[in-house]
Write a protein that binds this ligand. Structure first.
Ligand code: RBV
Length: 419
């Protein structure tokens, strides 16, 4: 018999349902779409395999996909990001879900493979592990897959590399690259939720601390802005001149990691690249330094090199490991170097996931309709969809904006107008 779910404890379902209700009340854009579109059941007959953090916000997305007629099978996209109460609530609702907090690598891929038993017509990824699995170990499923979507920067990079190598075999929408995603979720979502994770794991005072952000992209910039707002002295490390320059002009010190290592008291990586903080950095860090990562994968901190330098290691608080160096200095690692906002807190707040997941929902509908006619490749979300979602979001916030008059429209396109 095939199992319909595997979760940590189905007894947590009632608590999970309350949390999902809490999120639903803060995701009006997605809930409006659910009400408007569900009646037509645009996803009827579709089988969706999804691989995305099992949070209360993701549960709102899953319920919306189901309301639109889809059959759904789900796994988490990180070993530490599943909320067991939410997983239980989804299982109790009849969703095929295979996810629990703290699973190991083998279990992680077991869960993804279980979702593929649904024989999907659509795939929904965050980080591209599911679609990579389809293209490596489950290629027989490709002929029936219409298309997919991808949630995050790292996943879109992977897919673009796959497409460039001629390996991507069906069309995928880059949800991450929608303005209503990257310019909100990546900036304000990561900014707040990463600090939330650091504070839950440590409860330290941020004011007055030397705070180092590796990478001043959208995510790093969000974290730096919020840390600065809490009174920290913030420094950023970068490899891209324009990003470094932007940090300088936003009042953030820019330095090399080799210099920052001895200066910082709290470190967070947001680069999407491996080996950002390595052995020689641990060698010069202060006693009490706190390090964590908010990038999608756990490769940014080289914890093997930390381990090799440590004489002992213990869990001193939930999600906080103390490493003692040979000279007695202590270094604290949060959430095992996995994305701190989801491993140590609840991920981005519902209000920003509202727009990210509205894009996911509309993306699934588009792929159900058009996927068969699109060539394999990575596709962008339309500007129209961005503006529509932002307009709805503003309406739900009670904010009104101006519109151009016809004279202004004519002016805007008249190249003869000048001094
Ligand atoms: N993310 N999801 C949540 N609360 O469900 N929080 C963060 C949530 C997503 C976010 O969109 C980002 O692109 C991705 O996690 C990184 O894995």
């Amino acid at each position: 018999m095939t199992e319909n779910y595997r979760v940590a404890d189905i007894g947590l379902a009632e608590r999970g349902k309350l949390q999902i209700e809490w999120a639903e009340a803060r995701m009006p854009v997605l809930m409006n779409l659910r009400r408007q579109l569900a009646a037509d059941r645009p996803l009827a007959g579709q089988r969706i395999a999804g691989c995305l953090h099992v949070t209360k916000e993701t549960a709102v997305l899953i319920r919306t996909l189901v309301a639109a007629g889809a059959e759904v099978a789900w796994s988490g996209c990180n070993p530490l990001s599943t909320n067991d109460e939410i997983a239980a609530a989804l299982a109790a609702d009849g969703v095929k879900i295979y996810a629990w907090h703290g699973l190991n690598r083998d279990d992680y891929y077991w869960c993804i493979d279980k979702t593929l038993e649904i024989n999907p017509t659509l795939t929904l990824d965050d980080g591209a592990d599911l679609i990579t699995r389809v293209h490596t170990t489950h290629q027989h499923l490709i002929p029936t897959i219409l298309g997919g979507t991808e949630e995050t920067t790292t996943g879109v990079h992977r897919l673009r590399s796959m497409a460039a190598a001629g390996k991507l075999q069906y069309p995928v929408l880059a949800v991450n690259d929608a303005e209503t995603k990257w310019d909100f979720d990546n900036v304000y979502g990561t900014g707040q939720s990463s600090l939330d994770g650091i504070l839950r794991a440590t409860s330290v005072l941020l004011a007055g601390k030397n705070f180092v952000v590796a990478g001043y992209g959208h995510c790093g910039r969000g974290v730096a802005m919020r840390a600065k707002g809490m009174g920290a002295h913030v420094a950023a490390t970068e490899i891209k001149p324009t990003s470094a320059l932007k940090a300088c002009l936003e009042g953030i010190q820019v330095m090399k990691m080799d210099q920052a290592a001895a200066w910082g008291e709290i470190f967070i990586t947001a680069t999407g690249i491996k080996d950002i903080i390595v052995g020689r950095h641990f060698d010069v860090m202060r006693d009490g330094a706190i390090i964590c990562n908010t990038g999608h994968y756990d490769c940014e901190l080289n914890l093997g090199e930390l381990e090799a330098r440590a004489t002992s290691k213990r869990t001193i608080r939930d999600n906080c490991e103390e490493y003692v160096m040979k000279d007695g200095r202590r270094i604290y690692v949060l959430g095992q170097g996995r994305l701190v906002n989801l491993a140590c807190a609840e991920g981005h707040p519902s209000e920003v996931m509202d727009m990210s997941f509205a894009n996911q929902f509309l993306g699934m509908i588009r792929m159900a309709k058009e996927g068969r006619d699109l060539k394999a490749g990575v596709y962008d979300i339309s500007e129209e969809q961005d503006q529509e979602l932002a307009a709805t979001k503003l309406r739900t916030m009670g904010v009104s904006i101006d519109a151009l008059t016809s004279e202004q429209v004519a002016y805007a396109s008249d190249y003869l107008e000048g001094t």
